[in-house]
Design a protein around this ligand. Structure first.
Ligand SMILES: [Zn+2]
Length: 184
């Protein structure tokens, strides 16, 4: 069960996530491997697992890439991967239009960057169901203009739940294990 996540933060993280049986009584593999709800959605509409590429840890100018880039045409809806609360709508130089979504346990943050636009009416503190459109794929921030994509990060928060202190984990194995495609 420690194959996917080989980082020391996992121990602390595992204590924060009780392994709960799902409705069928089975322990979901996603929880066993990574502490995530089994109902994780691939956060870009129409994208299949087979289209995902692991760009976590790739070299970027001055840093390592702590997320994966999900390529999709500009304007493709980016959706809530899980049920949760919109923690922050934030515009940054590198990330452009970004969304921080925190899950219902308050312990995992899902980060969306380079959005073309936010979904109409989306506000901080909104509770959203999994699959709710948060925004649209684009190239705001430092994304290459002809390479629209969603920069998607998953961060585990410390027990203090300070959202800016999250530790990035690789979304790729999590999505490959349990990510569901939402059709166009
Ligand atoms: Zn990226």
């Amino acid at each position: 069960m420690f194959i996917v996540l080989g980082v020391c933060a996992v121990v602390e993280h595992m204590t924060a996530y009780p392994v709960r049986p799902d409705a069928r009584g089975a322990v979901p593999r996603a929880i066993v491997t990574a502490g995530h709800s089994p109902a994780l959605l691939i956060p870009v509409v129409g994208v299949a697992r087979s289209e995902l590429r692991d760009s976590f840890g790739a070299a970027r100018s001055g840093h390592r890439h702590a997320a994966i880039d999900i390529m999709a045409p500009r304007g493709t809806p980016a959706i809530a991967a899980v049920s949760g609360t919109v923690l922050k709508l934030y515009q940054s130089g590198a990330g452009g239009l970004t969304v921080y979504l925190v899950d219902d346990e308050g312990l995992t943050v899902y980060y969306y960057a380079h959005l073309n636009a936010y979904a109409a009416g989306l506000r901080e503190s909104d509770h959203v169901a999994a699959g709710r459109v948060l925004g649209y794929v684009g190239t705001t921030g430092n994304a290459t203009p002809n390479r629209p994509h969603l920069h998607f990060g998953i961060e585990h928060l410390p027990p203090t739940r300070e959202w800016w202190k999250g530790e990035a984990v690789d979304p790729y194995p999590i999505l490959m294990a349990s990510g569901e495609t939402v059709g166009r």
